[in-house]
Each structure stands twice: as C-alpha cells, then as structure tokens.
Design a protein around this ligand. Structure first.
Ligand SMILES: Nc1ncnc2c1ncn2[C@@H]1O[C@H](COP(=O)(O)OP(=O)(O)OP(=O)(O)O)[C@@H](O)[C@H]1O
Length: 243
C-alpha cells in the first residue's frame, strides 16, 4: 500500500522565555536579548501512515499530538527531520481556525474553501452540501463571531470534508459537536475510509478511537512510545506513566 504520510525523525522546539514582560521598551531598557530555554515538544518522531488508513494519536495533555498534526498541516515546521504528505490535505485543527469572526458564515465558507485550495466555482457547486451538513443554514448570513463553538466546528468540518481531501487531519475539535453531529461525522469518516482516503485524528475519546482507527500511536512528552493496533496502543497508554 502506498505511503500517504511519511514522518522521518521529526523534532520540534519552542522557545520558553524567562522574562514575562517582553515589551520593546523593557527589552531596550535591559539592553540584552531575552533569555530563553529550548523546549522540545517532539523528539525524533518517525511514523509512516498508509493511504486509506484511519490513524489515531493519543497521549496526555501537552504531550505533542497537536504539534505533530500542525507539522503535518504545514502550519508549523519541524526543526529537525521531515514530513512528506502525498495528496490534497485538509485540516481542522482548532475551533474557528481559518475563520474570520467579522465575516458571515457564507463568506467564511468561501474564504476557508479557498484557503483549502478550492476554486470559487467549486465552492459554488458544493455550497448547499456544506451548509446542509453543517446544520447552520438559519445562521449562514450572521457573522460567525455570534456562533457557538459547536456551530463553528460544524461549519469548519463541513468545509474540510467537502474539499474531498486525500488526507484529512482532525484535532480534538469534534468533541465540541453534539451527539447527532458526532454521529454524522462518524458516518463521514467511515465513508472516507471506504473511499480510500487517509484520516489522522487526535482525540481523548479513546473508546471511539479504538472503534474507528486502523492503527494508533501514543505520544508521551514529545516521544513516540508506541504504534500499532489501536486496542494495544490504548492499553499501553492507559497503563503507562502519566506526568
Ligand atoms: N506556540 C507554542 N509556543 C510554546 N510552546 C508551545 C507552543 N505550542 C505548543 N507548545 C507546547 O508544546 C507542548 C505540546 O503541546 P501540544 O499542543 O502539541 O499538546 P497536545 O498533546 O496536543 O495536548 P492536548 O491534549 O492538551 O491538546 C506543550 O507543552 C505546549 O505548551
């Protein structure tokens, strides 16, 4: 089976600054560059995800799951190693990411669609499907700043799946949707799987992940601890050390 995502020795560091006040004035007064420590959010992570796989990422809060997903989506770049993505990628990473609060739902569908690589005509063609799936038609001409977090996610997810991506990256955001929306998303993931699309999903809903994923990986303090059958990886994670 061909490789959809190839993660090779990926490390990602963030800078943690020691001084809290980082205004230009205070920097000038100090007459020196602020001191910082390097914090490695990912260390030498390698994994290959095959085309058509539904792949789960599990781990404690702050373990590096979202950082890895953001590197896959090219929102962040690894400091070491490389990631190759083979196919059209759509990502739903944070509630409201890619949405402009002052614009209406309708305008944001067009904006988000174009960010994800759709032409205006493509969005025109899919607009009704996007809005129907989201269930926010009544509010589609309201500015999204007035939406609830569930409504944001519904619309963002609807755009992302209608891009017909080869690879869909989804962060915990689905937990925000209500039960009926979660069920609809579950059906959509199953359809994606049948169609041979690749899905990478970060979630703390371990039961759901075990049911829907072909494989899973456990990340702990930026290290890849296990990759394999979801049941096994989840038991190792549950039994493993936490913090
Ligand atoms: N932009 C940033 N600057 C500094 N540190 C960051 C940044 N983004 C993430 N981190 C740190 O990197 C670590 C990993 O964060 P990440 O968001 O990847 O965790 P996560 O596993 O997705 O957690 P959660 O389950 O809470 O969503 C955390 O310690 C976090 O504080």
């Amino acid at each position: 089976m061909s490789v959809a995502i190839d993660v090779v020795d990926v490390s990602k560091k963030f800078r943690l600054y020691k001084e809290r006040n980082q205004s230009i004035k205070s920097a000038v007064m100090r007459r020196r560059v602020s001191e910082h420590e390097d914090f490695w959010a990912l260390r030498d992570v390698s994994m290959q995800i095959s085309q058509g796989e539904t792949f789960g990422l599990v781990g404690d809060n702050g373990s590096g799951k979202s950082t890895l997903l953001k590197c896959m989506a090219k929102i962040l770049y690894p400091d070491k190693g490389s990631i190759s993505m083979n196919g059209r990628v759509a990502a739903l990473l944070e509630v409201g990411s890619g949405f402009h609060p002052e614009l209406s739902g309708r305008e944001n569908v067009y904006l988000n669609g174009s960010i994800l690589g759709m032409t205006r005509k493509e969005v025109d063609r899919k607009f009704d499907d996007i809005v129907d799936f989201s269930g926010v038609r009544e509010f589609i001409d309201q500015p999204v700043k007035n939406y609830s977090s569930g409504m944001y996610v519904r619309l963002g997810f609807s755009v992302a799946i209608n891009v017909e991506p080869d690879i869909l990256l989804v962060d915990e955001v689905l937990a925000v949707g209500d039960e009926s929306f979660q069920a609809k998303c579950g059906e959509k993931f199953a359809q994606f799987r049948r169609e041979g699309r690749t899905v990478v999903i970060v979630s703390h809903a371990l039961g759901t992940l075990a049911e829907m994923c072909d494989r899973a990986a456990w990340i702990q303090h930026g290290d890849l601890k296990a990759v394999g059958a979801p049941d096994e990886v989840i038991s190792q994670y549950r039994e493993g050390p936490h913090r």
